[in-house]
Design a binder for this molecule. Structure first.
Ligand SMILES: C[S@@+](CC[C@H](N)C(=O)[O-])C[C@H]1O[C@@H](n2cnc3c(N)ncnc32)[C@H](O)[C@@H]1O
Length: 245
């Protein structure tokens, strides 16, 4: 069971996201709870404001530290450690290993920025800073949805018995092999014949080889971190001699 709270000025953004697919399923099954919380309730009176002008000039508004820290203090769990994550393009870049690490926590608090960002001092009140990629979003809510989605699908029991994660992209450091469904022939593009022959060992080997080909083509940077075993060595030689790359 994982409890995720999200501190945001736009809690309603999460409504339809939480009503579909794995997040909805996890919540219905009691395997996860996700609670978006309106940051404005911790805002400064009289107008519950959450932002102010930047010191030193500059464009736009900055989110004030006091409402966020009041929110953090009010939402932190009493009995277990709450892992508090600031969503920011300046954080450590999200990847599957980090998702796995976070999926083992029981209490997460995600803090979403808006405008030109968050007062730097908020950093002292969190445990972690995460970026969903090297680009700038308008707000932390979409980043929070990315994080919630990929964490929730790793919570045991959330994915149905017909789904498995061990062959998925990044699980073994590689991208997943190409997938096909009916029809066999689509606009003169055929499903590879090995997948139609029902020879399980040949299919397993083909999937591993194609996983390597896909990774070498699309994400050669990932190849640097993989451990090459004997079969992989053979497959790499085949890939080279068949000029698949
Ligand atoms: C417009 S951005 C502010 C960007 C900030 N001025 C900067 O250059 O670092 C507003 C908010 O969106 C969220 N955000 C934007 N890009 C993100 C990313 N790549 N990953 C996670 N959160 C992001 C953060 O919460 C951020 O405070």
């Amino acid at each position: 069971m994982i409890n995720i709270r999200v501190l945001t000025i736009f809690p309603n953004i999460f409504e339809s996201f939480l009503a579909y697919g794995n997040p909805a399923r996890a919540i219905q099954m009691g395997l996860a709870s996700v609670q978006p919380v309106d940051l404005r309730q911790f805002g400064d009176e009289p107008r519950r404001s959450t932002d102010d002008y930047p010191y030193g000039g500059g464009i736009g508004m900055i989110m004030k530290p006091e409402p966020i820290v009041r929110g953090i203090r009010s939402l932190e769990a009493y009995d277990v450690v709450t892992h508090k994550i600031l969503l920011t393009p300046q954080g450590r870049k999200l990847k599957q290993e980090i998702v796995e690490e976070l999926s083992h926590k029981s209490e997460l608090l995600l803090i979403c920025g808006r405008y030109e960002g968050i007062d730097e001092r908020v950093r002292y009140f969190v445990n972690d800073e995460i970026s969903v990629g090297d680009y700038v979003l308008s707000g932390g809510e979409t980043a929070a949805m990315v994080l919630i989605d990929c964490i929730i699908r790793l919570v045991p029991g959330v994915l149905g018995s017909d789904s498995r994660i061990d062959g998925e992209s990044f699980y073994n450091g590689l991208l997943e092999y190409p997938q096909y469904t009916r029809p066999r022939d689509f606009e003169d593009c055929q499903v590879p014949s090995v997948l139609l022959e029902g020879h399980h060992e040949k299919i397993r080997r083909w999937k591993r080889k194609m996983s390597l080909v896909k990774t070498m083509r699309n994400r050669p940077d990932l190849m640097k971190s993989i451990t090459v075993d004997e079969e992989m060595e053979e497959l790499l030689n085949e890939i080279e001699s068949e000029r698949l790359i």
